[in-house]
Design a protein around this ligand. Structure first.
Ligand SMILES: [Zn+2]
Length: 222
């Protein structure tokens, strides 16, 4: 499926690896399981240890109980219903990644000791956050920044490599925001898994149209 199998030279001093939401709630047995979501932990951990990326950042979905994205907070609605929230479509999810809960912890197979920063998102009870860079829209029609772009820029990062969960939501939104803010972006397709596998073709097209490289982690060299 992945286009092109040529080697990709990672310029380590200008690059960072973003591990997106590798949390048990997004894996089989979790509240919002992504098919095979657990299968990418080991190869992602190997990539962290590979030495390609001196700078590794993890994101962690981290919601207060009663979060606006939880279907349980919307009477008469059920998970995966879509409602209008502040003028934008909002998917309603099962309660997931509740702050402090066991399944909201980053998977123990992820070598977090190598991570320079962990960005928690979705912490505002009234606003969801798929992207590592900006929350979804709030009541004021804004998408407040998480501060990650500034952090990466101050660390001299130009190239961002993204893996994790889920391909069609948090990975996609993070990649699109990163590209929008001027980073060069690679999505490591084999180290992502989707909520909706039927969306794969569209996701790949959307990313490519923004100049985001869709590649396999096995292509990376440094
Ligand atoms: Zn969430």
């Amino acid at each position: 499926m992945t286009m092109g199998k040529k080697n990709i030279l990672v310029e380590s001093s200008r690059s960072a690896l973003l591990l997106t939401d590798l949390q048990p709630d997004f894996m089989p047995g979790g509240a919002l399981p992504v098919l095979e979501g657990d299968c990418i932990v080991k190869p992602a951990a190997a990539l962290v240890r590979s030495g390609h990326f001196p700078l590794v950042i993890a994101t962690q979905d981290w919601h207060p109980p009663g979060h606006v994205s939880f279907a349980s907070n919307h009477p008469g609605k059920k998970p995966f219903d879509v409602v209008a929230l502040y003028g934008h479509p909002q998917v309603l999810w099962p309660d997931h990644c509740v702050e402090g809960s066991r399944r909201a912890q980053i998977h123990r197979g992820v070598p977090l000791s190598r991570a320079s920063a962990i960005v928690r998102k979705g912490t505002d009870p009234e606003v969801d956050s798929y992207s590592a860079f900006h929350n979804n829209w709030n009541a004021a029609g804004e998408r407040p920044a998480t501060g990650l772009a500034g952090y990466l820029r101050e660390r001299g990062v130009r190239d961002l490599y993204i893996c994790g969960l889920a391909r069609d939501f948090c990975v996609k939104w993070s990649a699109e925001d990163a590209a929008d803010m001027g980073f060069r972006v690679w999505v490591l397709w084999d180290l992502t898994r989707p909520v909706h596998p039927s969306s794969d073709r569209q996701v790949r097209r959307d990313l490519s149209e923004l100049g985001i490289h869709v590649v396999d982690s096995t292509q990376l060299k440094s």
